[in-house]
Ligand binder design. Structure first.
Ligand code: FMN
Length: 262
């Protein structure tokens, strides 16, 4: 059944019997270990919903392993959840081959705009962000997120998943590998000594995460690609400062810029 946002998606995953809530885990290494164990130890890795994370209020939740099962991939792609794996693969190949991209639809606002922190009030440490592994350089706030950037010459929006680590309460850093589309865009901005505006979406329709990690051709926005997969435009909100469009049903949005030489 079609779902409207991540919250409805979670309800449907729960109805499929694939959602497991974990209360009271520690953001420092414990969440990372639980995710790894859940993935390795069960035949169908559950979707994990962490709540009441140590040191954080109940309701500041973290979801992990969203697409680690065939049923959840099918749900996300609008396919019947009882499909056999190879039938789903065949159906998806056909869909991707035949679908036409659909541009996003701009709407006025989204729930994330009810709480806006700017300038001195910005504090990304208010979110329960895990340090996943012992060797990590810090706490990764972006792993299943969307990085939204605009091509400075052509104007289209790219969406990619490029890891985001917290540096301090007011700054985060991205790692974008050479050749990735946002890296090409960033190099264009930096060649002109201009900062690159960036928006990050944390918590959204898992279809967008799937699209953001999909290697679509340079020049095709993953919003259009995801709209094509969904068969309907993705609702987006235009941010006031950067003019970048983010999913209207995003849970959390971070708006900022990457600076040349930094
Ligand atoms: C969970 C996850 C994490 C990823 N992390 C990174 C990353 O840190 N840096 C990176 O360059 N690519 C990363 N990728 C791969 C890119 O998201 C992927 O290649 C995507 O297609 C890039 O988009 P683009 O083709 O628009 O550049 C990651 C993918 C996934 C699924």
């Amino acid at each position: 059944m079609a779902y409207r946002d991540l919250r409805e998606w979670l309800t449907q995953v729960s109805e499929l019997g694939e959602l497991k809530t974990v209360e009271g885990a520690d953001w420092d290494l414990e969440i990372g270990a639980i995710i790894e164990m859940a993935r390795k130890e069960s035949q169908i890795a559950p979707c994990l919903l962490f709540d009441s994370i140590k040191g954080f209020a109940k309701g500041l939740r973290l979801v992990a392993g969203q697409l680690n099962s065939i049923k959840r991939v099918a749900l996300t792609c609008g396919m019947p959840t009882d499909m056999a794996t190879m039938d789903l693969v065949a159906a998806m190949r056909k869909k991707i081959k035949e679908m036409k991209p659909i541009p996003p639809r701009e709407v006025k606002d989204g729930p994330f705009m009810e709480n806006v922190w700017e300038e001195k009030d910005v504090d990304v440490l208010r979110f329960p962000t895990p340090r996943y592994n012992i060797g990590d350089g810090g706490r990764y706030i972006g792993t299943g997120h969307l990085t939204i950037t605009r091509d400075p010459e052509e104007g289209w929006l790219n969406i990619g998943t490029y890891r985001v680590m917290i540096h301090d309460s007011k700054s985060v850093g991205l790692y974008i590998s050479p050749g990735r589309h946002a890296r090409i865009q960033m190099e264009k901005y930096f060649a002109q000594n201009r900062p690159m505006p960036v928006a990050l979406s944390l918590g959204h329709d898992p279809l967008l995460f799937m699209a953001s990690a999909f290697e679509v051709p340079y020049g095709l926005s993953e919003y259009d690609f995801a709209g094509g997969l969904k068969g309907a435009p993705i609702d987006v909100v235009k941010l006031a400062r950067t003019g970048l469009q983010v999913p209207a049903t995003a849970e959390v949005v971070i708006e900022g810029e990457c600076l040349p030489g930094d």
